[in-house]
Design a protein around this ligand. Structure first.
Ligand code: ADP
Ligand code: MG
Length: 262
């Protein structure tokens, strides 16, 4: 079965895109067939893989709004063995244009369907808002991964996000759940980081990934080279952490699949 995860947090700068790219790259390295979907008009995930967003002629906008076949909207990075549906600035118009469309919340789900057999993992990199595009991701996804930055006010907004997930579950996607909260940018020298992890653990018991992503400058440098950390600095603490996350996710999912008889 294809696992579709939405990387969601309406806060910007918490590590959604960094996680999408690097988790995706390591899942691919571990033999999984991976598709990344850039749902953000800022197109950071697209740029992180070295694609110039201004040159994108077929991507997420065309998939959602022009009914272009998914194969035509997908780019393949053969070196990394990873596929991406890129974004471009035109996506900012989709938010307004979608409002008048029929079945506006389930467009992405419908449009992804023909490609499900080709992928083991589909990661949806969401914009920093609980917008119609994020709603499309929540309707299409099996579960959400919530990156949480180890900083003051980390919990802010998580209650609202949990409520939104509950609402989508009861109205449009009965199986939607939180796959895990991922603590990001952990600073070993700051007691605040440890306090934040404990605080989040109290509110979401049993829901935090064991793997914690450290603050690591190599993770911030990799995008300017158009590379994921797996190709840029695999032995860095950030590289090691995202590899551990991919292994943790894969192991957990195998267990889930076995218990469901997939
Ligand atoms: P989001 O997609 O949630 O807005 P990003 O993944 O773009 O967040 O991350 C925000 C910024 O922080 C980016 O410049 C990114 O390179 C940097 N960053 C993300 N995770 C880390 C980390 N673990 N260590 C250092 N810098 C990070
Ligand atoms: Mg982002």
């Amino acid at each position: 079965m294809t696992h579709i995860y939405a990387l969601v947090n309406q806060k910007g700068g918490v590590g959604k895109t960094t996680t999408t790219i690097n988790l995706g790259a390591y899942l691919a390295q571990l033999g999984q067939r991976v598709l990344l979907v850039d749902m953000d008009a800022q197109a950071n995930a697209t740029s992180c893989l070295g694609i110039d967003k201004r040159t994108v002629e077929s991507g997420i906008y065309e998939l959602l709004m022009d009914d272009k076949p998914i194969a035509d909207c997908t780019l393949v990075n053969t070196k990394l063995n990873i596929s991406i549906i890129p974004s471009s600035p035109s996506l900012s118009g989709a938010e307004v244009e979608l409002v008048n469309e029929l079945a506006r919340e389930s467009r992405l789900k419908t449009r992804l369907k023909p490609a499900l057999k080709q992928f083991d993992y589909i990661l949806l990199d969401c914009p920093p808002a609980l917008s119609l595009l994020t709603l499309n991701a929540l309707v299409a996804a099996e579960a959400v991964i919530i990156p949480v930055q180890c900083e003051y006010l980390a919990l802010e907004g998580l209650g609202q996000l949990a409520q939104t997930i509950n609402r989508v579950r009861s109205a449009m996607n009965t199986h939607l759940h939180i796959r895990g909260l991922l603590m990001t940018m952990f600073d070993v020298r700051a007691t605040l980081s440890t306090q934040v992890v404990e605080e989040v653990r109290k509110h979401f018991p049993g829901k935090i990934f064991h793997t914690i992503i450290p603050r690591n400058v190599r993770l911030a440098e990799a995008p300017s080279h158009g590379l994921p950390i797996s190709a840029f600095a695999p032995s860095s603490p950030g590289g090691q952490a995202y590899l551990a996350l991919a292994e943790e996710l894969l192991k957990g999912d195998k267990k889930l699949d076995a218990s469901r008889g997939d």
